[in-house]
Design a binder for this molecule. Structure first.
Ligand code: SF4
Ligand code: SF4
Length: 169
């Protein structure tokens, strides 16, 4: 009998102890937790400071993707309608998020650092079609003060597709 009473008192003590401790639950979606630095969420297609898109439509990301989740269709840039530096840009860029395993191989394969896995994690869909993220959904807006693509530029101004990269050493 005494054993049972002690057990009840222990239980009550545990409840009371937790009543005065700060709650461990968070009020999602109003409140969001900060992420670990290496968290890999939904991708973004990046731009340069001048508004041009970093993606040059080379499809190396699609070739590197083990889940066959990326579809890229390239088209020619002109100086009247320029989307990215160099000859080509991605006219179509799609990622099927139902296939993606967030491995980051696409990011590693990209020669211009155009595709980056960011911290977007709210990925839920009502049908398969809406799991396909298009270029319009992935491309970040131009930086403040920069124009949106396509941009009209002086002839020969952006003939190099891949910029000089810093030595990562
Ligand atoms: S993160 Fe991995 S699986 Fe997802 S699109 Fe990139 S390469 Fe493919
Ligand atoms: S995201 Fe990078 S690797 Fe993929 S098509 Fe664009 S430039 Fe090429």
């Amino acid at each position: 009998m005494i054993k049972e009473v002690v057990a009840v008192l222990e239980g009550m003590f545990t409840v009371l102890k937790h009543l005065v401790q700060p709650p461990v639950t968070i009020q999602y979606p109003e409140e969001k937790r900060p992420f670990a630095q290496r968290f890999k969420g939904r991708h973004e297609l990046k731009r340069y400071d001048n508004g041009l898109e970093k993606c040059i439509g080379c499809a190396l990301c699609a070739a590197a993707c083990p889940a066959d989740a990326i579809w890229v269709e390239a088209a020619e840039n002109t100086d009247e309608e320029r989307y990215s530096p160099g000859e080509r840009y991605a006219r179509t860029y799609e990622i099927n998020m139902l296939r993606c395993i967030f491995c980051g191989y696409c990011e590693d394969a990209c020669p211009t650092e155009a595709i980056v896995l960011e911290d977007h994690y709210e990925l839920s869909y009502y049908d398969r079609r809406s799991a396909i993220f298009t270029k319009e959904m992935l491309l970040v807006p131009p930086p403040p003060g920069a124009p949106d693509t396509p941009i009209r530029v002086k002839p020969g101004m952006f003939d190099r597709a891949i910029p000089e990269m810093e030595d990562p050493k």
